[in-house]
Design a protein around this ligand. Structure first.
Ligand SMILES: *Cc1c(COP(=O)(O)O)cnc(C)c1O
Length: 316
Protein backbone atom coordinates (compact mmCIF):
# COMPACT_ATOMS: atom_id res chain seq x y z
CA UNK A 1 0.00 0.00 0.00
CA UNK A 2 1.24 3.48 -0.87
CA UNK A 3 2.52 4.94 2.41
CA UNK A 4 0.97 8.33 1.59
CA UNK A 5 -2.52 6.90 1.36
CA UNK A 6 -3.54 6.99 5.02
CA UNK A 7 -4.11 10.34 6.74
CA UNK A 8 -1.28 10.82 9.27
CA UNK A 9 -3.77 11.43 12.13
CA UNK A 10 -5.33 8.02 11.51
CA UNK A 11 -2.01 6.22 11.02
CA UNK A 12 -0.81 7.60 14.38
CA UNK A 13 -3.92 6.43 16.28
CA UNK A 14 -3.68 3.18 18.24
CA UNK A 15 -6.44 0.61 17.63
CA UNK A 16 -9.27 1.50 20.02
CA UNK A 17 -9.55 -0.94 22.92
CA UNK A 18 -13.28 -1.69 23.02
CA UNK A 19 -12.97 -4.62 25.43
CA UNK A 20 -13.88 -8.21 24.63
CA UNK A 21 -17.41 -9.56 24.07
CA UNK A 22 -18.65 -12.12 26.61
CA UNK A 23 -18.61 -15.11 24.24
CA UNK A 24 -15.04 -14.26 23.21
CA UNK A 25 -14.04 -14.14 26.89
CA UNK A 26 -15.63 -17.54 27.47
CA UNK A 27 -13.84 -19.05 24.49
CA UNK A 28 -10.54 -17.42 25.45
CA UNK A 29 -10.49 -18.57 29.07
CA UNK A 30 -12.51 -21.76 28.58
CA UNK A 31 -14.87 -20.95 31.48
CA UNK A 32 -18.61 -20.36 31.41
CA UNK A 33 -19.12 -18.70 34.77
CA UNK A 34 -17.90 -15.14 34.28
CA UNK A 35 -19.02 -11.82 35.77
CA UNK A 36 -18.26 -9.37 32.98
CA UNK A 37 -17.85 -5.95 34.58
CA UNK A 38 -15.44 -4.16 32.23
CA UNK A 39 -17.97 -2.38 29.99
CA UNK A 40 -20.28 -1.02 32.72
CA UNK A 41 -23.27 -2.85 31.27
CA UNK A 42 -26.58 -3.25 33.09
CA UNK A 43 -26.82 -6.69 34.67
CA UNK A 44 -30.62 -6.27 35.01
CA UNK A 45 -30.93 -6.30 31.21
CA UNK A 46 -33.58 -4.40 29.24
CA UNK A 47 -37.17 -4.09 30.52
CA UNK A 48 -39.73 -6.62 29.18
CA UNK A 49 -41.43 -3.88 27.14
CA UNK A 50 -38.27 -3.52 25.06
CA UNK A 51 -38.29 -7.17 24.04
CA UNK A 52 -41.97 -6.84 23.13
CA UNK A 53 -41.34 -3.68 21.09
CA UNK A 54 -38.49 -5.35 19.21
CA UNK A 55 -40.73 -8.25 18.26
CA UNK A 56 -43.38 -5.86 16.95
CA UNK A 57 -40.91 -3.69 15.09
CA UNK A 58 -39.27 -6.69 13.44
CA UNK A 59 -42.19 -6.93 10.99
CA UNK A 60 -41.41 -3.44 9.67
CA UNK A 61 -37.71 -3.77 8.96
CA UNK A 62 -38.08 -4.11 5.19
CA UNK A 63 -38.50 -0.33 5.19
CA UNK A 64 -35.82 2.27 5.87
CA UNK A 65 -36.21 3.96 9.23
CA UNK A 66 -37.14 7.64 9.66
CA UNK A 67 -33.80 9.36 8.95
CA UNK A 68 -34.94 12.34 11.02
CA UNK A 69 -35.77 10.14 14.04
CA UNK A 70 -38.79 12.42 14.53
CA UNK A 71 -40.87 10.43 17.02
CA UNK A 72 -38.04 9.69 19.43
CA UNK A 73 -36.69 13.23 19.24
CA UNK A 74 -40.12 14.55 20.16
CA UNK A 75 -40.45 12.16 23.09
CA UNK A 76 -36.99 13.03 24.37
CA UNK A 77 -37.67 16.74 23.94
CA UNK A 78 -40.84 16.40 26.00
CA UNK A 79 -39.04 14.36 28.66
CA UNK A 80 -36.14 16.81 28.97
CA UNK A 81 -37.96 20.11 28.53
CA UNK A 82 -36.17 20.98 25.29
CA UNK A 83 -37.31 21.18 21.64
CA UNK A 84 -37.13 18.31 19.14
CA UNK A 85 -34.95 20.44 16.81
CA UNK A 86 -32.33 20.58 19.56
CA UNK A 87 -32.30 16.80 20.09
CA UNK A 88 -30.05 14.51 18.03
CA UNK A 89 -30.13 10.71 18.04
CA UNK A 90 -26.98 8.63 17.56
CA UNK A 91 -25.99 5.02 16.99
CA UNK A 92 -24.91 5.06 20.62
CA UNK A 93 -23.77 8.34 22.10
CA UNK A 94 -20.25 7.53 20.90
CA UNK A 95 -21.61 8.16 17.38
CA UNK A 96 -22.40 11.70 18.54
CA UNK A 97 -18.96 12.20 20.09
CA UNK A 98 -17.53 11.52 16.61
CA UNK A 99 -20.17 13.72 14.97
CA UNK A 100 -19.52 16.75 17.14
CA UNK A 101 -15.76 16.51 16.63
CA UNK A 102 -16.22 16.20 12.85
CA UNK A 103 -18.52 19.22 12.95
CA UNK A 104 -16.26 21.65 14.81
CA UNK A 105 -12.60 20.52 14.97
CA UNK A 106 -9.88 21.83 12.66
CA UNK A 107 -6.35 20.34 12.61
CA UNK A 108 -4.27 21.93 15.37
CA UNK A 109 -7.26 22.80 17.57
CA UNK A 110 -7.03 22.19 21.28
CA UNK A 111 -9.46 19.91 23.14
CA UNK A 112 -9.40 19.92 26.94
CA UNK A 113 -10.63 16.99 29.01
CA UNK A 114 -10.16 15.38 32.40
CA UNK A 115 -7.79 12.48 33.24
CA UNK A 116 -8.39 9.56 33.53
CA UNK A 117 -10.70 10.20 30.61
CA UNK A 118 -13.16 8.27 28.48
CA UNK A 119 -11.11 6.91 25.55
CA UNK A 120 -13.37 8.20 22.80
CA UNK A 121 -13.27 11.76 24.13
CA UNK A 122 -9.60 11.71 23.16
CA UNK A 123 -9.67 9.31 20.21
CA UNK A 124 -12.20 11.17 18.09
CA UNK A 125 -10.40 14.47 18.65
CA UNK A 126 -7.01 13.05 17.65
CA UNK A 127 -8.58 11.60 14.50
CA UNK A 128 -9.48 15.16 13.47
CA UNK A 129 -5.92 16.39 14.02
CA UNK A 130 -6.66 18.19 17.28
CA UNK A 131 -4.36 17.97 20.29
CA UNK A 132 -5.82 16.91 23.60
CA UNK A 133 -4.89 18.37 26.98
CA UNK A 134 -5.78 16.00 29.82
CA UNK A 135 -6.07 17.45 33.30
CA UNK A 136 -5.70 14.92 36.13
CA UNK A 137 -8.24 14.69 38.96
CA UNK A 138 -6.89 16.08 42.25
CA UNK A 139 -5.17 13.47 44.46
CA UNK A 140 -8.27 13.18 46.64
CA UNK A 141 -10.47 12.63 43.54
CA UNK A 142 -12.05 16.06 43.75
CA UNK A 143 -12.62 17.86 40.44
CA UNK A 144 -9.45 19.65 39.22
CA UNK A 145 -11.03 23.05 38.76
CA UNK A 146 -7.76 25.02 38.97
CA UNK A 147 -6.05 22.61 36.57
CA UNK A 148 -8.89 22.96 34.08
CA UNK A 149 -8.81 26.74 34.30
CA UNK A 150 -5.03 26.66 33.80
CA UNK A 151 -5.33 24.41 30.76
CA UNK A 152 -7.73 26.87 29.09
CA UNK A 153 -5.77 30.01 29.99
CA UNK A 154 -3.08 30.06 27.27
CA UNK A 155 -5.13 28.88 24.33
CA UNK A 156 -8.93 28.82 24.16
CA UNK A 157 -9.89 25.20 23.39
CA UNK A 158 -12.35 24.56 20.57
CA UNK A 159 -13.97 21.91 22.78
CA UNK A 160 -14.08 21.20 26.50
CA UNK A 161 -15.36 17.64 26.95
CA UNK A 162 -15.88 15.60 30.08
CA UNK A 163 -18.13 12.95 31.51
CA UNK A 164 -19.82 13.36 34.88
CA UNK A 165 -20.27 11.05 36.67
CA UNK A 166 -16.89 10.20 35.22
CA UNK A 167 -15.97 7.14 33.19
CA UNK A 168 -13.57 5.57 34.08
CA UNK A 169 -13.00 7.18 37.51
CA UNK A 170 -16.53 7.43 38.95
CA UNK A 171 -16.75 10.77 40.80
CA UNK A 172 -19.21 13.51 39.77
CA UNK A 173 -18.68 17.25 39.48
CA UNK A 174 -20.69 19.38 41.95
CA UNK A 175 -23.03 22.18 40.89
CA UNK A 176 -20.66 24.79 42.34
CA UNK A 177 -17.67 23.33 40.50
CA UNK A 178 -19.68 23.13 37.28
CA UNK A 179 -20.68 26.80 37.56
CA UNK A 180 -17.09 27.84 38.28
CA UNK A 181 -15.87 25.79 35.32
CA UNK A 182 -18.39 27.41 32.98
CA UNK A 183 -17.50 30.88 34.21
CA UNK A 184 -13.82 30.21 33.45
CA UNK A 185 -14.40 28.67 30.00
CA UNK A 186 -13.63 31.02 27.07
CA UNK A 187 -16.83 32.18 25.38
CA UNK A 188 -16.22 30.49 22.00
CA UNK A 189 -15.45 27.06 23.45
CA UNK A 190 -18.03 24.31 22.88
CA UNK A 191 -18.78 22.52 26.17
CA UNK A 192 -19.62 18.84 25.65
CA UNK A 193 -21.00 17.36 28.87
CA UNK A 194 -21.34 13.58 28.72
CA UNK A 195 -23.99 12.37 31.16
CA UNK A 196 -23.83 8.64 30.34
CA UNK A 197 -24.20 7.80 34.06
CA UNK A 198 -26.68 10.55 34.97
CA UNK A 199 -29.31 8.09 36.20
CA UNK A 200 -26.92 6.64 38.81
CA UNK A 201 -26.26 9.94 40.61
CA UNK A 202 -27.26 10.07 44.27
CA UNK A 203 -30.13 12.49 44.74
CA UNK A 204 -27.94 14.87 46.75
CA UNK A 205 -25.39 15.09 43.92
CA UNK A 206 -27.92 15.94 41.21
CA UNK A 207 -28.26 19.31 39.52
CA UNK A 208 -29.72 20.57 36.27
CA UNK A 209 -26.62 20.85 34.06
CA UNK A 210 -28.74 21.80 31.05
CA UNK A 211 -30.23 24.85 32.80
CA UNK A 212 -26.79 25.96 33.95
CA UNK A 213 -25.33 25.56 30.47
CA UNK A 214 -28.26 27.48 28.99
CA UNK A 215 -27.68 30.32 31.46
CA UNK A 216 -23.94 30.48 30.61
CA UNK A 217 -22.06 32.04 27.70
CA UNK A 218 -20.85 28.95 25.83
CA UNK A 219 -22.29 26.83 23.05
CA UNK A 220 -22.96 23.39 24.52
CA UNK A 221 -23.99 19.79 23.89
CA UNK A 222 -25.22 17.31 26.48
CA UNK A 223 -24.82 13.58 25.70
CA UNK A 224 -26.92 10.77 27.16
CA UNK A 225 -27.26 7.09 26.40
CA UNK A 226 -29.61 4.13 26.64
CA UNK A 227 -26.60 1.80 27.05
CA UNK A 228 -26.23 1.97 30.82
CA UNK A 229 -29.22 2.42 33.14
CA UNK A 230 -31.69 1.43 30.39
CA UNK A 231 -29.78 -1.76 29.55
CA UNK A 232 -29.64 -1.31 25.76
CA UNK A 233 -25.87 -1.36 25.11
CA UNK A 234 -26.12 -4.03 22.42
CA UNK A 235 -28.66 -2.25 20.25
CA UNK A 236 -26.73 1.06 20.07
CA UNK A 237 -28.71 4.19 20.78
CA UNK A 238 -27.94 7.45 22.55
CA UNK A 239 -28.87 11.09 22.21
CA UNK A 240 -27.62 14.62 22.50
CA UNK A 241 -29.29 17.89 23.41
CA UNK A 242 -27.68 20.96 21.88
CA UNK A 243 -27.75 24.65 22.74
CA UNK A 244 -29.44 25.55 19.44
CA UNK A 245 -31.11 23.91 16.43
CA UNK A 246 -28.22 24.92 14.17
CA UNK A 247 -25.60 22.92 16.09
CA UNK A 248 -27.83 19.85 15.77
CA UNK A 249 -28.56 20.51 12.07
CA UNK A 250 -24.84 20.83 11.29
CA UNK A 251 -24.00 17.67 13.26
CA UNK A 252 -26.70 15.77 11.34
CA UNK A 253 -24.76 16.39 8.11
CA UNK A 254 -21.76 14.49 9.49
CA UNK A 255 -23.70 11.33 10.38
CA UNK A 256 -24.86 8.49 8.16
CA UNK A 257 -28.48 9.35 7.29
CA UNK A 258 -29.77 5.93 8.40
CA UNK A 259 -27.18 5.37 11.13
CA UNK A 260 -29.88 4.84 13.77
CA UNK A 261 -31.86 1.71 13.02
CA UNK A 262 -35.59 1.16 13.51
CA UNK A 263 -35.17 -1.54 16.17
CA UNK A 264 -32.98 0.71 18.30
CA UNK A 265 -35.55 3.51 18.15
CA UNK A 266 -38.37 1.13 19.12
CA UNK A 267 -36.27 -0.19 22.00
CA UNK A 268 -35.46 3.30 23.29
CA UNK A 269 -39.10 4.42 23.17
CA UNK A 270 -40.19 1.33 25.10
CA UNK A 271 -37.34 1.67 27.62
CA UNK A 272 -38.32 5.28 28.42
CA UNK A 273 -41.79 4.14 29.46
CA UNK A 274 -40.68 1.66 32.12
CA UNK A 275 -39.58 3.89 34.97
CA UNK A 276 -39.89 1.01 37.46
CA UNK A 277 -37.28 -1.00 35.62
CA UNK A 278 -35.02 2.05 35.49
CA UNK A 279 -35.35 2.57 39.24
CA UNK A 280 -34.67 -1.12 39.85
CA UNK A 281 -31.52 -1.03 37.67
CA UNK A 282 -30.23 2.06 39.43
CA UNK A 283 -30.82 0.60 42.90
CA UNK A 284 -29.12 -2.65 41.92
CA UNK A 285 -26.05 -0.70 40.78
CA UNK A 286 -26.01 1.63 43.79
CA UNK A 287 -26.21 -1.29 46.25
CA UNK A 288 -23.64 -3.24 44.25
CA UNK A 289 -21.12 -0.42 44.04
CA UNK A 290 -21.32 0.20 47.79
CA UNK A 291 -20.81 -3.50 48.53
CA UNK A 292 -17.95 -3.77 46.04
CA UNK A 293 -16.20 -0.64 47.34
CA UNK A 294 -16.51 -1.91 50.93
CA UNK A 295 -15.07 -5.31 50.05
CA UNK A 296 -12.21 -3.81 48.05
CA UNK A 297 -11.39 -1.39 50.88
CA UNK A 298 -11.40 -4.28 53.38
CA UNK A 299 -8.99 -6.14 51.10
CA UNK A 300 -6.69 -3.10 51.14
CA UNK A 301 -7.41 -1.57 47.74
CA UNK A 302 -7.85 2.18 47.30
CA UNK A 303 -11.11 3.00 45.48
CA UNK A 304 -12.17 6.27 43.89
CA UNK A 305 -15.57 7.52 45.10
CA UNK A 306 -18.24 6.50 42.59
CA UNK A 307 -21.58 7.84 41.38
CA UNK A 308 -21.80 5.28 38.58
CA UNK A 309 -22.45 1.55 38.12
CA UNK A 310 -18.75 0.63 38.55
CA UNK A 311 -15.84 1.03 40.97
CA UNK A 312 -12.41 2.30 39.92
CA UNK A 313 -9.60 1.01 42.11
CA UNK A 314 -5.85 0.71 42.25
CA UNK A 315 -4.79 -2.91 41.63
CA UNK A 316 -1.29 -2.44 43.06
C1 LIG B 1 -20.78 4.15 28.11
C2 LIG B 1 -20.43 5.55 27.78
C3 LIG B 1 -20.96 6.18 26.67
C4 LIG B 1 -22.03 5.51 25.91
O1 LIG B 1 -21.71 5.03 24.77
P1 LIG B 1 -22.84 4.45 23.82
O2 LIG B 1 -22.20 4.67 22.50
O3 LIG B 1 -24.08 5.25 23.99
O4 LIG B 1 -23.00 3.03 24.19
C5 LIG B 1 -20.66 7.50 26.43
N1 LIG B 1 -19.84 8.17 27.23
C6 LIG B 1 -19.32 7.61 28.33
C7 LIG B 1 -18.46 8.42 29.22
C8 LIG B 1 -19.59 6.27 28.63
O5 LIG B 1 -19.06 5.70 29.70
Amino acid sequence: MNSDLIRPEIAALPTYNAGMALDRFRAHYGIDCLAKLDSNENSAGPCPGVVEALREEAYGIARYPDAGNGALREELAAATGSAAVRVIIGNGSEDLIGAVFRTVLRPGDQVVTIWPSFGLHEFGALAMGAHVTKVPFNDDWTFPLQGMIGAMADEAPRVLILSSPSNPAGPAISAAEFDALLTATPAGTLVVFDEAYLEYLDTAARFDAMARLAAGHNPWLILRTFSKAYGLAGIRIGHGIGCCPDLVAQMMKTRNPFGVNALAVAAARAAMRDTDHLAHSVKLAADGRARMARSLAEAGYACAPTQTNFVFFDTD
